[in-house]
Design a protein around this ligand. Sequence first.
Ligand SMILES: *[C@@H]1O[C@H](CO)[C@@H](O)[C@H](O)[C@H]1NC(C)=O
Ligand SMILES: *[C@@H]1O[C@H](CO)[C@@H](O)[C@H](O)[C@H]1NC(C)=O
Ligand SMILES: *[C@@H]1O[C@H](CO)[C@@H](O)[C@H](O)[C@H]1NC(C)=O
Ligand SMILES: *[C@@H]1O[C@H](CO)[C@@H](O)[C@H](O)[C@H]1NC(C)=O
Ligand SMILES: *[C@@H]1O[C@H](CO)[C@@H](O)[C@H](O)[C@H]1NC(C)=O
Ligand SMILES: *[C@@H]1O[C@H](CO)[C@@H](O)[C@H](O)[C@H]1NC(C)=O
Length: 373
Amino acid sequence: MTTNKIFVLFLVFAFIFQAMLLILTYKYPRRTAQTRKLLENVTCNDLLDEWDTDTPVLLIDLDFLEKLNQEECKWNGTAKIKIGIDVTYEVDKSIFNYSPFEVVFYSNNGSKDFLEFHEEPRRIIPKNFERRWVGNFEIPTNTQRFAEFWKRSKYVECLGLEMNRNKSEKAYQNGPYSATKLAELRDELIDIGMYPFLNGGTFLGWYRECTVIPHTYDMDLAVFKENYNPEYAEKVLNGESDFVLRRKFGMLEDSLELTLYPYWDQGLLIDLFVMYDGVENGTLTHHYVSGVNSDGTKYRYTYPMYDPWCAAVLHDHIFWVSCSPMKQVKHEYGPLWYLDHPTDRYGWNSSGKNVKIVGKFSKEEMEKYYLYY
Ligand SMILES: *[C@@H]1O[C@H](CO)[C@@H](O)[C@H](O)[C@H]1NC(C)=O
Ligand SMILES: *[C@@H]1O[C@H](CO)[C@@H](O)[C@H](O)[C@H]1NC(C)=O
Ligand SMILES: *[C@@H]1O[C@H](CO)[C@@H](O)[C@H](O)[C@H]1NC(C)=O
Ligand SMILES: *[C@@H]1O[C@H](CO)[C@@H](O)[C@H](O)[C@H]1NC(C)=O
Ligand SMILES: *[C@@H]1O[C@H](CO)[C@@H](O)[C@H](O)[C@H]1NC(C)=O
Ligand SMILES: *[C@@H]1O[C@H](CO)[C@@H](O)[C@H](O)[C@H]1NC(C)=O
């Protein structure tokens, strides 16, 4: 009798328990949907207030940063917002599982001028950007610039070939020092809206041996024409720069080249080439930079469609480079690009595999387009 009663009670409880489980599993998705509804249309700033974290985090989500700049920034409740967290905080990623955020760790090494994001592919961006804080959220203020950094952030490695040079050979470049000066010029260019990338021998040196080729006389940077800001040369001439303009060759339309040096070091010449679109029959097929000789001869150095959307490290400094370095050095220096070629036997207007004569400036043109300062 008593065992029967217990059995019946057991059945009743089991039934109720099952019913509750059913109701719960049925209700659960509706509840999350409802939470979503409540969070839908929150303004972005409310969202940041709501989810303020214990650790400082860097907002790196380009979509979200873009929206944050708009008056009525709404978060639609579904998109995950990408944030960066400094690895040294040793945060457990899983605490963000039910937040609107997707976490990427990054390293911030005091002796390097870039942040390194630990994701696939690896990404690095310059540290040098303005930011503001909302609670523990670090927000890049110049969204456009930050987006340009991100667009060029895919990390590519140099080869680091052993060059076995004759130690008694004269060296004009000291890698770490030269890279530091080049980085200073890079920052001035970024400040005025240009995004320069390594070119010529400096590009070869980075890729081949991870340094500046010691026997080269100067360093080379390039910047796309659409990116070139003519105000820069004016600023330098007005003394509003840490650099001095040595020469300005060519026309803005198709052949401009500047040579600069740091105010305190006339020996460290840096060429800044403007890189132009190579259009054939109305189609963009290649890119080129130019050179001019003292007799007026115009040279053109062509490249396969240039792709400077990757980032590299040169003595702890970040520089932008082509994403297909092997293809580019082979094109410019030929199949034996990996062999050392003494600079004093390298003809700037003849040795490159990609150089050709394309015309000649007249005497009058030279007065305008061949300037020494
Ligand atoms: C969110 O905004 C959209 C359009 O602005 C509106 O249709 C929708 O009803 C809003 N949702 C809530 C929960 O207020
Ligand atoms: C929410 O916004 C993201 C981009 O910000 C978009 O990809 C996604 O489709 C949106 N979702 C809805 C439900 O509107
Ligand atoms: C920071 O970078 C320097 C130079 O590359 C390196 O020697 C050092 O180990 C790095 N520090 C950390 C904490 O990774
Ligand atoms: C290294 O260069 C010096 C001076 O240019 C020269 O005298 C010497 O023979 C060279 N040594 C080798 C091994 O090539
Ligand atoms: C451009 O057009 C010309 C004449 O139609 C032709 O000879 C030439 O091969 C074309 N070049 C390219 C790169 O298509
Ligand atoms: C290269 O420039 C030098 C002078 O700097 C000149 O003598 C030589 O003819 C030029 N070579 C070519 C191929 O234009």
